[in-house]
Design a protein around this ligand. Sequence first.
Ligand SMILES: [Zn+2]
Length: 411
Amino acid sequence: MRTLIYPEWLIDGTGADALGGYALAFGESGRIAAVAPASQVAEAAADSVVRAPGMTLLPGLINMHVHLSLASDNAPFIPYMDAHSDVALGLRAAHSAAASLQAGVTTLRDCGSRGRSVLDLRAARAEGLLHIPRVLAAGHALTISGGHMRPFGGEVDGVDGVCRMVRQLVSNGADFIKMAGSGGGTPGSLTDYPSFSIAEFQAAVETAHGLGRRVTVHCTAAAAIERAVSAGVDSIEHGYFGAPGNFQAYDARLADQLAQQRVSVTPTLQVFRDMAELLPAGAERDFWQSRREILVTNVGRLHAAGVQLTAGSDAGWRFTRFDNYARELEEMASAGLSALEVVHAATGAASQAIGREAEFGTLRPGLSADLVLVDGNLAEDIRHVGSVRRVYVEGELMASPTPSPSGRGQG
Ligand SMILES: [Zn+2]
């Protein structure tokens, strides 16, 4: 049996303009069979038909940066990790993945967890035990001794150690390699300073690429971006240009280098928005609001410099939830991206950044029927992405949320 969907508008995820009067068909294989003007699609009696006037059809959203095993409750990171077994982390991850469907997310890229907790989640999905989005997992992130994310278990030093850990992660089934290129929110790590040496970055890149895996690097310091890019990494997470004592720094030359070397950046703005909007009024809230404004400005500059941005929210970390991904996409729009550019960053550009563009991320015949229907004309206003009506993963209807009155789903 085929399913035919007739939306009022269709965004194909390639960055192209929205199309009116189109239909999309997919078959029992879970693959898209046709994307064509509705008048050219022959309807058979056995077809299941979805008419969606007033709605936009787009590829399922990709959240490029999540931590499925973290709880979105701003709990102190080290005590949280100490208090939870790997089984508890895995159960949390299953809950987080299911919640993501409500936001139209059909692919999750987990950027760090402990042990096998998220790798096993991915395996449980493959066995049909869980109805959740597609999961790509890094396992634990590589970090220097005392570095950011060390409670995940990835502390490593030296070229030999880095090579060994990359090989072990790939052997355990990691889809990609994640490195902490600077410190971050883990106490004792230094946010404004780079961590690994260039030689260590190069060893990770050479080893991972040799085993068919890409490398992405957490960078909250300009010096970290500089080292990572010169070592040939594939993408950057966060992409903040911090310098010791100066969060506002921005480096136009480095931005040009990112653009020229086609290194994509996932800016993870939602964490700052959530902190600025959910903390009680006071000095801490003001601090996050000021950082939020600096980052939105810098992300606009990266976009203007031609750096390919990809969308990811850092869900799990601090207060950031899995079921309101629209808040990240809205924040990218406030940095100066058009609604179509934001959709591209969360679909086609994201699948390209992880080398999976032949499988999912755009609406083309042969690709996985990962689909989202939202209320309204999304190309005109990114906020419609919060009004999710239907979510298909590999052709299976996995969620049909009823939008809240505001259509935004934030709570
Ligand atoms: Zn993260």
